[in-house]
Design a protein around this ligand. Structure first.
Ligand code: F6P
Length: 542
């Protein structure tokens, strides 16, 4: 079953023209102009969903802009497209697949049948098997080959099979089982696996080989290396007690030598970057327990329900996605900095890089025509306050305008003196200075010498979304990730691109295999002049 996508060219809509005019008429109006004397603005531009308070008052938007963005969503059929996604239609057109990550977190009893598959019961069967396994590892009922308890879990995967689990482990570490060490191996650089296992005991180590396809070069190579490390210490027979797999590919899992009884499956309608709440989250479940994992799913589901049912003007993912479109297409902003003021969220920017850029880094529309407008912004970031002492100088005074998502967790799990208020004060200060800046008159009024005034002026007018949550627990993390997933969906629907394929990463993999043949001598070949030159240099240095 294929589905008609949001039709044609978004720039041909009436709302796009209105927004273009609005951007022109606002070209000399700053966020400061919009904010000063408007004490109602923060309340008017703040929305709450699933415990996330999203304050868009530091964005360069007016009521007219917001209304026109909602009209754009309407003209593009974004909500109808959302409904088609949620009902299991094949909205991933280029791969002819359904896009059903929301089904991974639907509670028991919500029926969903897609392409003849009872999706709802399949999801809960896998969740139950995962829970039984995770509980057994945590309780010590699952033992290694020599009868010892598991003390270290190593997740081997890359991209969506690594970034979500690695980010979630770091985010929820406070609520994790501290008797188990968790490591995440992704890079084909031999250093990654070597450093991950060097202080581990094979007898107490469990490897999770996480790969949707079970063909990914990096993951398969790391998994073979881990297998050799284990077999050298404990013998072949130990493999089944120390290796489990998470994959959609039972045949390849079995060929690797992992008992499919210890394989946790998922389906082709779960995209890699949308999979941290599928069986790919097995390491997360072992870390925080099956109850904690169900809380994570509940948070995702709460945001899904909000996205599916909230009125457009209150729908946080819709609004967030539309503001991203405004910034990208009408204000010409190319990059978004993700600035979590939470050490636990230190891997969140890396996670979002894949979610946003692999999804919306496209330049061809669903109908095959090249886009004539900008699509996905570049996402990057670092936790505050570290970023402040690094790249914020450019954010404040550089020649590029960067929009920022500042994420604040109100309650610390590790309160020490005034450290948490200090952290929050920094977040709020940065959000304010980025948006409002500091004029020459204000700088001069501080007694700054005239010659220094231009250097200390802060232009401001850098748009900021401030997302605040009470505590970073599993529920909140799920809601936060779902918020970004759906915001990405909204942007892709406006742009009329396929947010769920990733053809752009394939060619590099193929070319690498050709070069590997030359480097190992198994299939000598020559390439373009620069590549041949680099190969010769590598050989002379290796
Ligand atoms: O190379 C990109 C990609 O296909 C991602 O989309 C995916 O998350 C990652 O590789 C890993 O794929 P797999 O889970 O199949 O090993």
């Amino acid at each position: 079953m294929t589905t008609q996508p949001p039709a044609g060219d978004p720039t041909a809509t009436e709302a796009w023209s209105v927004l273009t005019d609005l951007a022109r008429s606002l070209s000399t109006t700053t966020i400061r102009d919009l904010s000063e004397g408007n004490s109602e603005r923060p309340a008017m531009l703040t929305r709450e969903a699933a415990g996330i308070h999203a304050d868009f008052s530091r964005q360069r938007v007016t009521a007219d802009v917001m209304n026109s963005l909602l009209s754009l969503a309407d003209e593009r059929g974004v909500l109808a497209w959302r409904d088609r996604m949620l009902s299991g239609e094949h909205i991933n057109i280029t791969e002819n697949r359904a896009v059903l990550h929301a089904a991974l977190r639907a509670p028991v009893g919500v029926p969903l049948e897609v392409d003849g598959q009872d999706v709802a019961s399949d999801v809960h069967d896998v969740l139950d098997r995962m829970s039984a396994f995770a509980d057994a590892v945590r309780s010590g009922a699952w033992l290694g080959a020599t009868g010892e308890r598991i003390a270290a879990v190593v997740n081997i995967g890359i991209g969506g099979s690594d970034l979500g689990p690695a980010m979630a482990y770091q985010a929820l570490r406070h609520d994790s089982d501290r008797d188990i060490t968790f490591r995440f191996v992704s890079n084909v650089d031999p250093t990654d696996i070597s450093e991950a296992v060097r202080d581990l005991d094979p007898a107490t180590t469990l490897f999770i080989v996480a790969s949707k396809t079970f063909t990914t070069l990096e993951t398969m190579t790391n998994a073979q290396t881990a297998r050799s490390w284990l077999v050298a210490a404990l013998g072949e027979a130990a493999v089944s007690r120390h290796f489990v797999a998470v994959s959609t590919n039972a045949e390849k899992v079995s060929a690797f030598g992992i008992d499919t009884a210890n394989m946790f499956g998922f389906w082709d309608w779960v995209g890699g970057r949308y999979s941290m709440d599928s069986a790919i989250g097995l390491s997360t479940m072992i870390a925080i327990g099956s109850t904690g994992f169900r809380d994570l799913l509940a948070g995702f589901h709460a945001m899904d329900t909000h996205f599916a049912t909230a009125a457009p003007q209150n729908n946080v993912p819709l609004i967030m996605g539309l503001i991203a479109v405004w910034n990208r297409n009408f204000l010409g902003i190319e990059t978004t900095a993700v600035l979590p003021y939470s050490q636990y969220l230190s891997r969140f920017p890396a996670y979002l890089q894949q979610l946003t850029m692999e999804s919306n880094g496209k330049s061809v529309r669903l109908d095959g025509a090249p886009v004539t407008y900008e699509t996905g912004a570049i996402f990057w970031g670092e936790p505050g306050t570290n970023g402040q002492h690094s790249f914020y100088q450019l954010l404040h005074q550089g020649t590029s305008t960067v929009s920022s998502d500042v994420i604040v967790v109100a309650r610390s799990d590790n309160p020490v003196g005034d450290m948490q208020p200090m952290l929050v004060a920094n977040a709020l200060a940065q959000a304010s200075v980025l948006a409002l800046g500091r004029t020459a008159a204000e700088v001069a009024a501080d007694g700054t010498p005239d010659a220094l005034v231009p250097h200390k002026v802060m232009p401001g007018n850098r748009p900021v979304s401030l997302l605040m949550v009470e505590r970073l627990d599993a529920f909140t993390l799920g809601a936060l990730v779902a918020l970004y997933e759906h915001s990405v969906f909204v942007q892709g629907a406006i742009w009329g691109i396929d947010s769920f394929d990733q053809w752009g990463v394939e060619l590099g993999k193929k070319v690498a295999m050709g070069i590997l043949g030359e480097l190992t001598g198994s299939a000598p070949a020559s390439f373009d002049a620069s590549t041949d030159h680099s190969i010769a240099l590598y050989r002379s240095l290796a």
